[in-house]
Design a protein around this ligand. Structure first.
Ligand code: SF4
Length: 365
């Protein structure tokens, strides 16, 4: 698969992936092949409403047309390498992509609703110290088709109702370093899922936030904060050196939000590192003038990571939450889900290669 979504076959010919093409791009790609505009609509619906994975199954198209399309296009659904189900019902898919790269996607049931945590890159170069994906190291950008295919694969499971789905770009990778594919994937996904039920989470890539600010239709924005000052944030998130907190906050103050829309600040609570009462006060001071809410995530330890990275006791997590609330913020604690199958936040990894590891640990406790 290359960055244009072209997939090579055994004969070395390139065929374009139909998945991930927004309607206008799909129409342009199909133009030399179809005689009537409604064919584009038929193909779009077959892909996303019926979840068709073979051109030959689009029987609403004539056989000749299907064969003709098959010379130029493919539907590149990834192979499900493994599918694990946690005791709490969380499902984790390990997908093998057409070039052998692997990614993970997590499907978290919540009553009649579900949250799909999707990946945007096959790895991540940002090396956050609390994240197993970061420990494995950078990988290539996913195409829009590979992003959309993660949702389509989950859609094939039983009890899937598109009406109850939330999508969070919190899987492997930094979505704002893959803006073009993200934009196309969102254009396809928002045909069926409200953009208010889609959240893009970033480690704070300011040019990406500024680009999103210019989009006419924006999904929700989440920021991985994780520490209230530059020194500690840089020690667990090296990207903070490039985009420090002052500049990040200035970008967020410029970011247009709709009435009642709030930016979510994700904050991983690490025992003895960022969980003091004074830290809650510092977080509140940092974001108090923004339309903000805070999502606290007790650290999910992993054998790949520094053993000092562990969650605080539940009483301290609750004290931190209450302190934020007393400072006028909305704060919730994310329930740990899927950790028995390494599907919890920060535990996703590539399996097609050895981890690159972190250059050196500079954690400051
Ligand atoms: S937390 Fe996100 S940005 Fe940081 S290394 Fe992991 S995947 Fe990359």
């Amino acid at each position: 698969m290359n960055s244009n979504g072209n997939v090579g076959n055994a004969g070395g010919e390139q065929r374009q992936d139909l998945l991930g093409l927004p309607r206008r791009k799909l129409a342009a790609a199909l133009e030399p092949f179809v005689d009537r505009p409604y064919r584009v609509e038929q193909i779009f619906r077959a892909l996303y409403e019926r979840g068709v994975t073979q051109l030959d199954s689009m029987t609403e198209l004539g056989k000749d047309l299907r064969q003709h399309l098959g010379t130029a296009f493919t539907i590149a659904m990834p192979e499900v390498a493994t599918h694990s189900v946690s005791e709490d019902g969380t499902e984790k898919y390990l997908f093998r992509l057409s070039d052998g790269a692997t990614i993970e996607t997590v499907d978290i049931p919540e009553g009649r609703r579900r949250t799909l945590c999707v990946s945007s890159q096959a790895g991540c170069a940002l090396a956050c110290r609390f994240c197993v994906t970061g420990f494995w190291g950078g990988g290539r950008n996913l195409t829009a088709g590979e992003i959309v295919a993660q949702v389509l694969a989950a859609q094939q499971g039983p009890d899937f109702r598109i009406e109850g789905v939330n999508i969070v770009f919190m899987g492997m990778g930094e979505p704002l370093l893959n803006l073009d594919a993200l934009g196309d994937a969102l254009e396809v996904l928002t045909e069926r899922i409200s953009r208010r039920r889609i959240t893009v989470s970033t480690a704070g890539v300011i040019p990406g936030i500024e680009a999103m600010a210019r989009w006419a239709k924006r999904p929700r924005l989440a920021i991985s904060l994780h520490a209230p000052d530059d020194e500690r944030r840089t020690s667990i998130m090296p990207i903070n050196q490039r985009y420090p907190l002052k500049e990040l906050m200035e970008a967020l103050h410029r970011y247009p939000t709709e009435p009642r829309e709030r930016i979510t600040f994700e904050y991983i609570l690490i025992d003895g590192f960022n969980d003091a009462r004074a830290d809650a006060d510092a977080v509140a001071k940092l974001i108090r003038d923004l339309p903000a809410k805070v999502n606290l995530i007790p650290m999910n330890p992993d054998p790949a990571l520094d053993p000092k990275l562990k969650p605080p006791p539940a009483t301290r997590v609750e004290a931190f939450r209450r302190r934020l609330i007393s400072r006028g913020l909305t704060a919730t604690v994310r329930k740990r889900k899927g950790d028995d199958v390494s599907a919890a936040c920060g535990q996703l990894r590539a399996t097609d290669r050895e981890p690159r590891g972190f250059r050196r640990s500079n954690l400051r406790f």
